[in-house]
Ligand binder design. Structure first.
Ligand SMILES: NC(=O)c1ccc[n+]([C@@H]2O[C@H](COP(=O)([O-])OP(=O)(O)OC[C@H]3O[C@@H](n4cnc5c(N)ncnc54)[C@H](OP(=O)(O)O)[C@@H]3O)[C@@H](O)[C@H]2O)c1
Length: 261
């Protein structure tokens, strides 16, 4: 069977999601648990994870596994704890931060924070997950990137770089994973109304609620394919504009978002 058609089910093992205490990750964790999954939920705030666990109404459960994704040893420890009781069937590496940064207020320190959480944070969990799933020749890994990773977007100098990096990372890994029985997906959301985007001062086109985003993600994980991108129309528009030559691309995006002086 084509690895991109493999669908992970609760009977295959547990799910692990990072960035589960708020926004998109919280909504995905709840939907999975309500569908019967045992979901190991990671974020730094244990209090928020405990209150999330109490919200499950379906047949599954949420088990808090607090940790910082920038701590590689902690990510390995969480995976070891999960796999002590059974296999990991589904991993959603979703933790990420966004700090708007224009050229005028660019700092290496702010960029570095985003690189550490968004990029290194994903690789810290990927390392033990890949070893576990490749050894079992099964499993599904999904990484939350963004449509901001297709090409550079305004206010997102370092953020777009991290998300473009994640898309490339998943594509490169897929080249090997197709032969190894492990499915990898990249999730590219458009604008979702969460704490992360509450700092945006511009009107966000095609803005979605976290529950809607979670439905797109969980439904997408059950369908064949590599990319889960939504809202569909926004993703297609950005993909199409992204094909323009560089100067035309910069002009159209500035115009579309009312950017500049
Ligand atoms: N919202 C959007 O419009 C949008 C669009 C495209 C892509 N995305 C991506 O979707 C993902 C989720 O975003 P969101 O909008 O849901 O953000 P959010 O509401 O700010 O939630 C971020 C989550 O990540 C956790 N987190 C942050 N830093 C962490 C760290 N160092 N270690 C562990 N967990 C950490 C947070 O919990 P703690 O603070 O408790 O650690 C929280 O659970 C991110 O990767 C983001 O880039 C979002």
């Amino acid at each position: 069977m084509n690895v991109f058609s493999q669908v992970a089910r609760p009977s295959d093992g547990a799910a692990w999601i990072t960035g589960a205490s708020g926004g998109i990750g919280r909504a995905v964790a709840l939907r999975l648990a309500n569908e019967g999954w045992t979901v190991h939920a990671t974020a730094r705030s244990e209090t928020n994870l405990l209150s999330l666990a109490a919200e499950v109404t379906g047949s599954g459960r949420i088990l808090p596994a607090a940790g910082d994704v920038t701590d590689a040893a902690r990510m390995t420890q969480i995976l070891d704890d999960i796999t002590r009781t059974g296999p990991l069937a589904l991993a959603i590496l979703n933790a990420g931060i966004y700090t708007p940064m224009r050229a005028q207020n660019f700092t290496a320190a702010t960029a570095r924070k985003m690189f550490d959480v968004n990029l290194a944070g994903v690789t810290n969990a990927l390392d033990p997950i890949l070893k576990h799933m490749i050894a079992r020749k099964s499993g599904h890994i999904a990484v939350t990137a963004s449509v901001a990773g297709y090409r550079g977007l305004p206010d997102a100098a370092a953020y777009s770089a991290t998300k473009a990096g994640l898309i490339a990372l998943c594509e490169a890994l897929a080249m090997d994973l197709v032969d190894l029985g492990v499915r990898i997906s990249v999730i590219n959301p458009g604008f979702v109304e969460t704490e992360a985007t509450s700092v945006n001062t511009f009107k966000m086109p095609f803005l979605m609620a976290p529950d809607q985003a979670a439905n797109r993600i969980v439904d997408g994980l059950k369908k064949p394919g590599f990319e889960i991108a939504f809202p569909r129309r926004f993703a297609v528009i950005l993909r199409t504009i992204g094909l323009l030559p560089n100067q035309a691309y910069i002009w159209v995006i500035r115009k579309m978002l009312g950017w500049g002086k």
